[in-house]
Write a protein that binds this ligand. Structure first.
Ligand SMILES: *Cc1c(COP(=O)(O)O)cnc(C)c1O
Length: 369
């Protein structure tokens, strides 16, 4: 039996009656679009973060696009972010006409090197966009200080960090807005595409609602700038409402698996995930590092174990972002990291025997390198 990096079918079996009941509730309600499941989930999800407002949208990329526009980011504006992220972070910046400006990442956590942000700010900077990658938070306190000093809004990309905390503050609660994806693999995953933006600001919220709904405040009349049609689906919202109650339980399971991996690989030369002081990691991904990464992946494949790389190409090295003009070597830590990192199977319902097989096989392969 192949062990995949991610799977949902075991989880579905154990939650099946609850999920089917949620779906049935929607289908019997007589309301299929922007009904009480969406508004109920939006309220609950915002409340989980201690914020007033949530807006459900079609996916995480749209959440970023709408949040950027609601924060006033537009053509020619610069947005400071990282190149070690899922491409959609940068695709979203590009699609509002703004220009991504990359800072390098920290060599231990692979997260935004916040000490480089102040130097990246110019008079055209309109937003700071930290990505809480892999499941732990960027060093937010100094980042918020830079934002305050320059009067810049902060948009948190929380697509990989549902429920992660830093000094007790949950990811998404510090910035002016936070974008989430509920793509099925994420820590809080739907059964299809889904996303949301949360904010504490009434103005940002009003803009988000217009942008989600073609640019309308009421039916058939576009008020200011034209927006989009990107709605969280009622069915996905109904499922997410049930799953939100289980979020802390999913996170606890991920932490148990991470602890077993850490124990299993102790004493090997595999570089394990470093948790920054003050962070509570939710292990969306369990990212390790080894100079012979490509060989390890190939060998593990012959043991029936799939590994993944998140991400093999830093965004600034992709052909689609050539126009940004970053030469090879311009983000040295990001580029070196990308050649060595890989992720182990990680999801709440990953069986204990599979964890053991991963540990044993990887230890065997590394001993023979
Ligand atoms: C998944 C992800 C996104 C995009 O979310 P989609 O729902 O796939 O559009 C954005 N940023 C990060 C960091 C992600 O991991």
């Amino acid at each position: 039996m192949t062990i995949a990096v991610w799977g949902y079918t075991d989880e579905y079996e154990s939650e099946r009656s609850e999920i089917l009941q949620a779906v049935d509730t929607v289908f019997r309600s007589g309301r299929l679009v922007l009904g009480e499941q969406v508004s109920g989930f939006e309220d609950a999800f915002a409340a989980y973060h201690g914020l007033a407002h949530g807006t459900g949208v079609g996916n995480g990329t749209d959440a970023l696009v709408l949040a950027l526009r609601a924060l006033g980011v537009g053509p020619g504006d610069e947005v400071v972010t990282v190149a070690n992220t899922a491409a959609p972070t940068v695709v979203a910046i590009d699609s509002v006409g703004a220009v991504p400006v990359f800072v390098d990442v920290h060599p231990d956590t692979y997260l935004m090197d916040v000490s480089a942000v102040a130097d990246a700010v110019t008079e055209r900077t309109r937003c700071l966009l930290p990505v809480h990658l892999y499941g732990q938070c960027v060093d937010m306190e100094p980042l918020m200080a830079v934002a305050e000093e320059h009067g810049l809004p902060v948009l948190e990309d929380c697509a990989q960090a549902h429920g992660a905390r830093r000094h007790g503050v949950v990811a998404g609660a510090r910035g002016n807005a936070a974008a989430f994806s509920f793509y099925p693999t994420k820590v809080l995953g739907a059964y299809g595409d889904a996303g949301a933006v949360i904010t504490g600001s009434d103005d940002v919220q009003a803009a988000l609602r217009r942008l989600r709904y073609y640019g309308m405040e009421q039916r058939y009349y576009v008020v200011s700038t034209p927006g989009y049609n990107t709605r969280l689906d009622e069915v996905q919202a109904a499922i997410l409402r049930r799953k939100l109650d289980r979020l802390d339980g999913y996170i606890a399971r991920r932490r148990e698996i991470a602890a077993r991996y850490a124990e299993g690989f102790a004493g090997t030369d595999l570089v394990l995930p470093a948790v920054a002081p003050g962070n509570d990691h939710v292990y969306y991904l369990y990212v390790v590092r080894h100079p012979q990464r490509d060989r390890i992946i190939k060998e593990l494949h012959s043991y029936g174990i799939e590994l993944n790389i998140s991400y093999p190409w830093p965004v600034h090295t992709m052909a689609g972002f050539e126009h940004l003009g970053y030469a090879p070597g311009s983000l040295p830590v990001t580029e070196e990291t990308a050649g060595q990192i890989f992720s182990l199977p990680m999801y709440p319902s990953l069986p204990r025997e599979s964890q053991d097989r991963v540990i044993e096989a990887l230890r065997t392969v590394m001993a023979e390198l």
